[in-house]
Design a protein around this ligand. Structure first.
Ligand code: 5GP
Ligand code: ZN
Length: 116
């Protein structure tokens, strides 16, 4: 399985560092964000390392790509009784700070649009 020894989210996938996990299977791990921006703020990461969404969509099997979106939706429905938002940041303009693809699932408050 593709993994990056220095990557913080690969370390969470390998359970080398702790995270508050809410879902784990063969394809994804989901855990609570360390610095939550909403009452529910969960990150969903593929278990194989891919730095960005555009790498992942070019290299991952369709089942793995589909699972990322399905897991985000399952968690949104579980925690966002009044709706939820799924966000993926890629690159400097979007403010990506961890270079292992992750979908943010935000819920539990009204989320303004457009985002900042
Ligand atoms: P980005 O800005 O790359 O889209 O989001 C990275 C997210 O990862 C941030 O919301 C940040 O709070 C979260 N984060 C960074 N390091 C850790 C960590 O070690 N554990 C957890 N649970 N979240 C982290
Ligand atoms: Zn990684």
């Amino acid at each position: 399985m593709a993994t990056d020894p220095a990557c913080i989210f690969c370390k969470i996938v390998r359970k080398e560092i702790n995270a508050q996990e809410v879902l784990r299977d063969e394809h994804v791990v989901a855990f609570r964000d360390l610095n939550p921006q909403a009452p529910t703020h969960i990150l969903v990461v593929p278990t194989e390392h891919a730095a960005h969404l555009s790498d992942f969509t070019q290299t991952a099997e369709d089942v793995r790509a589909a699972r990322l979106l399905a897991a985000a939706s399952e968690l949104g429905r579980r925690f966002g009784t009044n709706g939820y938002r799924v966000v993926i940041n890629e690159g400097p303009d979007a403010g990506q700070s961890v270079h292992h693809l992750h979908a943010h699932v935000l819920a539990g408050r009204h989320l303004a649009w457009p985002p900042g």
